[in-house]
Structure formats: C-alpha cells, structure tokens
Design a protein around this ligand. Structure first.
Ligand code: CA
Length: 454
C-alpha cells in the first residue's frame, strides 16, 4: 500500500506524489554522482601524473554524495509526515499582514495557533471560539484571542483514525439561552472495525467542562468515513452530511446506507415526519438527498432559506449544489470532473440527476461555506465564501473563494483571496464582530481573522 493514500484521500495525494517525485529525483542524483565518482576514480588511475587534481575532484564528489545522502535521509524522515497529509509547513505570518482583494484591502491576523489538524470551529455570541481537533480528539476554547491549552472535559468516547474523529460543531439557534452545541463524530461499534457517524450535543457554559452530554443520533455501521458538516435550517431541523462514499462503489446510491447522504433530523435527533422518504420501507427516513461524494460545507441562504452544499469531486469537479428534498446528485455515476485515475466522468445532466450550481475545474477541495451578512464588509454582503484546501492538487494553494451572485442566483464574479497565506482552509465563519474568520487544517492549525484594512 502506498503510505497515506488510503488514510487521507485525494485531497492529499499530491503531497504523496511530491514526496515520490522528490524521492526519485534524489535517487537519480545519487546514482549520477556515484557513476561520476566511479569514472573519476578510473580516470585517476589512468592518469597518475594528475593525481592531485583527481583527488580534489574525488573530494568534491564525496562532498556531493554526503550532501545528497543527507537529502535522502531528510526525504525518508519527512516521508511519513508527508504521507499523513502533513504537508510542507508554510509558516503563519508572525504579525498582521495586509492583502489585496479585487475591491478591498484586508488585514489578516492569526488569532491563535498550535491546534493540530482542526476540522471545524464555532464562533459564539460572546466571542469565545470553540475549535474541534479531529484526531486527538479534542474540543478547545479560544477566549479573548488566547487558546486554552487544556481541551474541554466532558466529550464522549470518540473513535479516531483514517478520516474519523471529531468533525463539525454547530451552535443551536437558541444558543444564547440554552448554551447547546451540536457536534458530529464517530462512535466505535462492537463489530470489528466498524463505526458510526454520531450526532451529539452538550452545554458549553464557558467553563472547562461540557455539561449534559447527550447522544442524539447514531448512524449505520461504516468502515470508511470522510467529513461531516452541520447546519440548522430556518425551521429548526438540522442538516448533517455523511462522507465515506469516496471510491467508485455506488454506496452513495444505496438508500439503505448513510455514506454519501445528506441527513435531516430534528434538534433532538429524531426524524422529521416531512422528510422526503418517510413512509418508504426501502429507504432510511433520515436521508434528505443522496448521490453525494464527500461534503465539506453547508450554508443556508439568508434570504431564500435554501440549503447550499459544497461537495468534493474526485479529480476536479468540486461543486456547490442547492439541495432539493429527495434529489439525486449523481455520484459516483455522474459528475463534472474525472475519477481519481483521471478517467473523465460522464457529466451531462440528465433526468433524475441534479445539476450543480457551481463547479471548480481544477478542484479546490471546498470546505466550510458562509453567506456573509456583516457590516464590516458592506461590499461583500450576500456573497458566498467557501474555504479551499488546495487548488489543482498542489499543496500550499489553499485560499478563500468569494462568489458574487445576482438576484437570480446566477454567478457573476468569483475570486480567490488570501492565497498568500498558503494554508489549508478547512472552515470559514462570520464573527459577532462582523469580521471573517478562517480555520486552517495544518499540523500547526490556526484561527485567522480578516478585517478591513484601515
Ligand atoms: Ca459548523
């Protein structure tokens, strides 16, 4: 097995490819230098009167070999790190920096860093920021721009490994009065390696311990996971994405399983009776839409109430859907990109398959979604923002997509901002201060604040 591919999926394959490329480059150079060294030594033997010159060259070659051996050792040493998605660490700016966008100059500051591979965050009305670190797993708090190094106590038992662990966070719409935070995670099942996507909630009262934890919903057994996102709908129900349908097996089309589905639940974890498949015995009633691959972003349109949904394609063809109840979005039969090996997918829209609203080609590995509604950037109100892990499978190319629609929801403009940071942007949110916040999924993960530059 190639290290890491299984574990971290296509959004990190380029890292492994880069490692392989580096490896073969180092190896070729070492072979070349060894051959040169051999040639020089035989030359020296055949030219006894130029011995000193030969000896100097021999020394130089020895130095080169030592240098490339060091590089080789470095490749071996960093290999496992690369293979686990731990890409080239692009350092975070030590001080706030100014960046240009199409119509604005922005100030970008690191609020807190040192969170290992966080997956989601939740900005709370009083300014506290909760951050979910998928693999530890841990829920941490940033208070007054200071990361509490001690994770919150009171999390349930969470299964981690591969893509599994603690995933999304979402504050209840009445959080200000009930202090409830919802989260998705994986629960280990007794049967073999199987585990299940789980929705839980607990009360965060500002202290160092979560209170009143409840498991609200436990999914069906699965052995491959992926991301998960949550969002509350205007009617108080909660939408929840389930990954795990990443390869070509038609799991996302199997309505008795949860992989590659969008679920809709009541806020107590029960199934709403107006869900599209309620009453059918051959479909799980919590399923709201299907034919999805991995789904890393959800946002409700602030005016229409429609659910916008970001989906990761295999090789390109990342998309944003507007979700319709009971609809099929095509995976793995139809899509806009190519399969992981490069084979083009059938992408023509056809009856029964919902077309995407927006696609990216090459892919950007879209993550959290946000409709901006704040006062800090009046020119961006109503724009859709999507985090991006990396573009075209190249590490260090993540950023923040800004998409402008007209009132028919037709795309008018699109730009990528904050690419100068070279970070994997895994989540995006608007703070109570109206500023835009980013979460970077790096070994040294960070929360970043974007404000207008003065
Ligand atoms: Ca969230």
């Amino acid at each position: 097995m190639v290290l890491g591919e299984q574990e971290f999926g296509e959004d990190n394959i380029s890292i492994i490819t880069q490692f392989r490329n580096n490896w073969s480059r180092y190896w070729k150079k070492i072979v070349n230098y060894s051959a040169n060294l051999g040639a020089h030594l035989s030359q020296c033997r055949s030219k006894p009167y130029d011995h000193n010159h030969c000896y100097r060259e021999f020394q130089m070659n020895r130095f080169s070999i030592a240098l490339f051996s060091l590089l080789l050792m470095q490749a071996i040493y960093t290999g496992p790190a690369y293979s686990q998605g731990r890409q080239i660490p692009y350092p975070l700016p030590a001080e706030p920096i100014l960046l240009e966008t199409y119509d604005s100059r922005i100030k970008v500051s690191v609020v807190a860093s040192g969170i290992p591979r966080p997956f989601s965050f939740q900005l709370l009305p009083d300014g506290d920021i909760l951050v979910a670190d998928r693999y530890t797993p841990a829920l941490r708090v940033i208070r007054n721009d200071h990361l509490d190094p001690e994770p919150l106590k009171g999390l349930p038992s969470i299964r981690t490994g591969f893509h599994s662990g603690l995933l999304d966070l979402e504050a209840h719409p009445q959080y200000a009065t009930n202090q409830l935070v919802y989260f998705t995670y994986h629960t280990a099942l007794e049967s073999g390696n199987a585990y299940a996507i789980t929705l839980g909630r607990a009360r965060y009262d500002g202290s160092d311990t979560l209170k009143d934890f409840e498991q609200l919903y436990l999914g069906t057994p699965m052995t491959i996971s992926g991301g998960s996102r949550l969002v509350f709908a205007p009617d108080g129900t909660i939408f929840m994405t389930v990954g795990g349908a990443m390869d070509r097996q038609p799991l996302a089309q199997d309505l008795t399983r949860l992989e590659g589905k969008l679920l809709r639940l009541n806020d107590d974890g029960s199934v709403p009776q107006d869900n599209p498949f309620v009453g059918r015995t051959d479909v799980r009633p919590e399923i709201y839409s299907y034919g999805h691959r991995d789904q890393y972003g959800l946002a409700i349109h602030p005016e229409t109430g429609e659910l916008f949904h970001a989906e990761l394609g295999p090789l390109g063809g990342d998309k944003i859907n507007i979700i319709k109840a009971g609809a099929n979005y095509g995976w793995p039969l139809y899509g806009y990109g190519s399969y992981n090996d490069g084979e083009p997918m059938q992408h023509l829209n056809r009856e029964g398959i919902e077309p995407a609203l927006i696609i990216w080609q090459p892919g950007i590995v879209p993550s959290g979604l946000l409709f901006y509604e704040g006062e800090a950037f009046p020119q961006w109100r109503g724009n859709l923002f999507a985090g991006s892990i990396q573009r075209g499978r190249l590490p260090g190319t993540g950023g923040l997509e800004r998409i402008v629609f007209d009132d028919r929801m037709w795309e008018q403009q699109r730009e990528t901002i904050a690419t100068e940071l070279r970070q994997r942007i895994r989540d995006v949110s608007q703070g109570p201060d109206g500023f835009i916040y980013l979460l970077t999924e790096e070994l040294d993960g960070a929360v970043i604040r974007i404000e207008p530059a003065q």
